[in-house]
Design a protein around this ligand. Structure first.
Ligand code: ADP
Ligand code: ADP
Length: 229
């Protein structure tokens, strides 16, 4: 089944008289459990695409379907609910709330679903243990290392068992060794839960590990053959 589908997707940024067409007529389908890398030069529109897929921005034309639901047909509240339940987000910077502990940060998306505190606590704990942060539950982001913060962000992205995780350079802010570790962990967890992954990366070594590599170039998505990656 298809968890994420973009149809005839177009985006043009307009600021006053300045118009920046990024792409027009993009098609993308991601099936359950599939992992997809999006590569391309800086400014090609990778972040724009990810924002549209995640419902963080609205397309100029075309449609995005998340878990079969047409995003543009939903109210803001319903779209927010779908994003929280069906998608997980990991960014280059962790975006953990600084005043909250690792456990509280990971519990938050679960509580937003209306899950009880004991259930949210046990699910958040289990995921933090899975990412190797079982001994860091009460640490605030400022008390964690960079790799630990990204691992907490991975736990937060997965805690609602989303159909798909969207990652924008999720390991881009880490040194090479830590990045490789966090990436492997994310991939293992995604595979274990059959969660799809769409990840923007400039790191071809990471891209190569995913099922498909798509290059965004001059407004078009093209699948790269393994030897091109
Ligand atoms: P990438 O992630 O591949 O580096 P982006 O999606 O960030 O590319 O940007 C694609 C193009 O859209 C660039 O030309 C960028 O300058 C432009 N752009 C991105 N965000 C905005 C915005 N909020 N307003 C105007 N132009 C933007
Ligand atoms: P790294 O070796 O990855 O750079 P750090 O040296 O920043 O990591 O931290 C090492 C360990 O110490 C981490 O596991 C982190 O959780 C813990 N730690 C770092 N800073 C604090 C702090 N202010 N309070 C409590 N624990 C901390």
């Amino acid at each position: 089944s298809t968890v994420l589908h973009a149809e005839a997707l177009a985006k043009t940024y307009a600021e006053g008289k300045l118009r920046t067409p990024v792409f027009d007529g993009l098609e993308l389908s991601v099936s359950a459990g599939e992992t997809v890398a999006i590569v391309g030069a800086s400014g090609a529109g990778k972040s724009t695409l990810l924002h549209l897929l995640g419902g963080l921005d609205t397309p100029t034309a075309g449609e995005v379907y998340v878990a079969g639901k047409k995003m543009s047909a939903l109210s803001d509240a319903a779209r927010g609910k779908l994003r929280n339940e069906a998608l997980g987000f990991i960014y280059q910077f962790h975006h953990l709330l600084p005043e909250f502990t690792a456990l509280e940060n990971v519990m938050l998306p679960v509580l937003l679903n209306g899950t009880t505190v004991p259930d949210a606590t046990s699910r958040a704990k289990a995921l933090l243990e899975a990412v190797g942060l079982g001994q860091r539950l009460e640490h605030k982001p400022g008390e964690l290392s960079g790799g630990e913060r990204q691992r907490a962000a991975v736990a937060r992205a997965l805690v609602n068992r989303p159909a798909c995780v969207l990652g924008d350079e999720p390991t881009g802010n880490l040194d090479e060794k830590t990045a490789a570790h966090v990436f492997e962990l994310m991939l293992d967890l995604n595979r274990a839960h059959k969660t799809s992954l769409v990840m923007v990366t400039h790191d071809r070594r990471l891209a190569r590990r995913l099922d498909r590599v798509l290059e965004l170039h001059e407004g078009k998505l093209r699948e790269l053959a393994p030897e091109e990656v």
